[in-house]
Ligand binder design. Sequence first.
Ligand SMILES: Nc1ncnc2c1ncn2[C@@H]1O[C@H](COP(=O)(O)OP(=O)(O)OP(=O)(O)O)[C@@H](O)[C@H]1O
Ligand SMILES: [Mg+2]
Length: 259
Amino acid sequence: MKIWTVANQKGGVGKTTTTVSLGGLLAQQGKQVLLIDTDPHASLSYYFGVDVDGLTSSVYDIFINKATIDADTVLNCLSPTKVDGLYVLPATMGLATLDRQMGSEPGMGLILKKALATVKHRFDVALIDCPPVLGVLMVNALAACDKVIVPVQTEFLALKGLDRMMKTLTIMGRSLDKQFDTLIVPTMFDRRTNAAIKAQAKLMTDYKNDVWQGMIPVDTRFRDASLAQLPASIAFPRTRGVHAYQQLLKALGVRSSND
Ligand SMILES: Nc1ncnc2c1ncn2[C@@H]1O[C@H](COP(=O)(O)OP(=O)(O)OP(=O)(O)O)[C@@H](O)[C@H]1O
Ligand SMILES: [Mg+2]
């Protein structure tokens, strides 16, 4: 099972949209895909219509039952989606209390990694959607993954946020003793604006080794797809935004059988 984490401390840059879009494309290729919502705001879970308030088990339970975690504990937490092969491990508000409750306990950063190891033969890919906060949940998501996808909005303030995120990755890499395989993904690119073109050019020079050469355009279909509770690739397969995520998947080393 590949494990990819979608992270950026800056909010509203397209993390959840990237998680859903890549997950949808992978499921359409026939893969078994697990999407993990580690954001207490539960946007990814809401996206697929999961009744978060009525849930009896969620990512939170994995942390609470950390001493006895096994595949059944993880599988019991899953919610299906309208898409074959695509499952969500949903978030609940309780996640917001984790930092205070057990943020400083030893081994707390490795719980998600251990939990995912128990289901590694059940799924082909796991995608972890992070909250825009550096805390115990993002630490777990980074410790668990073999690739980090960093969506960044193509505008000046978002680039500042990216500097912080890349510093976080350096510090976290040192403490976890791992070198992150990172791909920065320019998002919400509006080719009609000078600001977006300048931001894109700056990304390419400042982070040339880590930045994807393509970009995700602004596409209102992403919002429409979330209303339909479907990944954009299923709701609106022929849009520019979906085409861009297909290209991104290739850059991440996954090719479909039609290529
Ligand atoms: N390429 C795009 N074009 C147009 N709208 C987009 C695009 N990507 C995302 N959006 C919209 O922008 C908003 C924020 O996107 P998203 O929720 O994916 O960001 P996020 O980084 O997960 O936010 P948060 O930090 O709050 O979790 C959503 O309403 C989403 O539909
Ligand atoms: Mg989000």
